[in-house]
Design a protein around this ligand. Structure first.
Ligand SMILES: [Zn+2]
Length: 378
């Protein structure tokens, strides 16, 4: 527990740490939802506000590029500036939704190390001006590379981030499935040992990174990106427990010393999610389910009103279709799809995040923090 005071807005540094510890000790995970533009980021903030929940908002590199716009010719620059734009959007507006927002960037593999470094260049400038970082955290996913390279680079980047009160998310073991073309080595049906993180690797990461700064670990325990037919995903949350125990024994820490992240959360069983959360998972990534939640109502609206998407005015009876084809009409339907979906996400908003209700209300009333016995067992 920490005595940092949380106010609605983007939380970083000590405030971020407070949210992480509150989630772990309160037995819930914060949803981390991928966004790609103002429609999705606003929908996610509205969903969090409706659920009285705090939220983690994240962008992939291509999501950031899309945020900046496909028209920017220099794709690398767009990935950097789109990420900056999304974070500034959240810094400006999150407070008006009355929620705490963690701003984060998703998978960056070896080829994307320059993306992280360029975002840190921007982050340093922002820090100098505002006294806080632009992003709460970034992810560096070098799980496809040898572990010594993975951890060496994580240490180097974390040195820089720690000076900005930022946290680093790392990955050990490979999350199966595909997300933005990253992590596509999943062999369906195979019991691939790479899909399961080794506790010794987690200990090595803790030994190296804990003295440098705040970090979290995306561990692989059979989780996969995307949605697959039932039976292909064999989640083994005990892998997380074994990693926690090894670090705890070796360093004589308290329970669940590691901050763990659950990737590939879409379509997972509630019982396995609950079990994983009990082993120190504070962040649960959600992407694929919310993509469908946005697109499905838009598709339905177009199907139900086909003429409005072919003619400005009906060629037979002269009906004007402006109120149908105005992009705000169907984009709002997409936003409402995301908002509705996030209220019932199994294991996350549906019952776990409800435990934050008291907490957020306390924050809004300016009581500061926040986790006490009253938040347990709701
Ligand atoms: Zn992931």
């Amino acid at each position: 527990m920490s005595d940092a005071t949380l106010k609605p807005g983007v939380v970083t540094g000590e405030g971020y740490n407070t949210l992480v510890n509150a989630a772990k000790s309160g037995g819930y995970a914060l949803p981390a939802v991928n966004v790609t533009g103002t429609n999705t980021i606003n929908a996610v903030m509205e969903a969090a506000a409706n659920a009285n929940s705090d939220i983690i908002i994240q962008l992939s590199n291509s999501g950031a590029q899309f945020y900046a716009g496909r028209g920017i010719e220099d794709g690398f620059k767009a990935k950097v500036m789109g990420a900056v734009a999304a974070a500034q959007h959240a810094h400006l507006l999150a407070g008006y939704y009355g929620i705490c927002v963690v701003m984060h960037t998703d998978h960056a593999n070896k080829a994307l190390i320059p993306w992280i470094e360029a975002m840190l260049d921007e982050g340093e400038q922002y820090y100098e001006k505002h006294g806080k970082p632009l992003y709460s955290s970034h992810m560096l996913d070098l799980s496809a590379d040898p572990i010594d390279f993975n951890l060496g680079e994580c240490a180097r980047i974390l040195e820089r981030m720690a000076k900005l009160d930022m946290s680093l998310e790392i990955e050990l073991g490979v999350t199966g499935g595909e997300e933005d073309g990253i992590g596509s080595g999943f062999d369906e049906g195979a019991d691939n040992s790479k899909l399961y993180t080794q506790p010794e690797d987690v200990l090595q990461a803790y030994d190296l990174l804990n003295p440098i700064g705040h970090f979290s670990v995306a561990a692989s325990f059979g989780n996969v990106h995307g949605v697959y037919k039932p039976g292909n995903v064999k989640l083994r949350p005990e892998i997380l427990k074994n990693s926690q125990s090894l670090v705890q024994k070796t360093h004589g820490t308290g329970d669940n010393p590691l901050h763990l992240v659950f990737h590939g959360g879409s379509g997972s069983e509630k019982a396995k999610i609950t079990e994983a959360v009990g082993y120190g998972v504070f962040k649960m990534n959600i992407d694929t389910d919310t993509q469908f939640a946005f697109s499905q109502p838009v598709g339905q609206f177009v199907n139900e009103n086909p003429k409005a998407f072919q003619y400005q005015v009906d060629p037979q009876d002269g009906t004007p279709y402006k109120k149908f084809y105005d992009p705000r009409k169907y984009l709002r339907l997409g936003e409402e799809g995301i908002i509705a979906r996030l209220q019932v996400f199994p294991g996350v908003v549906e019952f776990l995040v409800r435990r934050t209700v008291f907490r957020v209300h306390l924050v809004q009333k300016g009581f500061g923090v926040l986790v006490d016995e009253s938040t347990h067992g709701l």
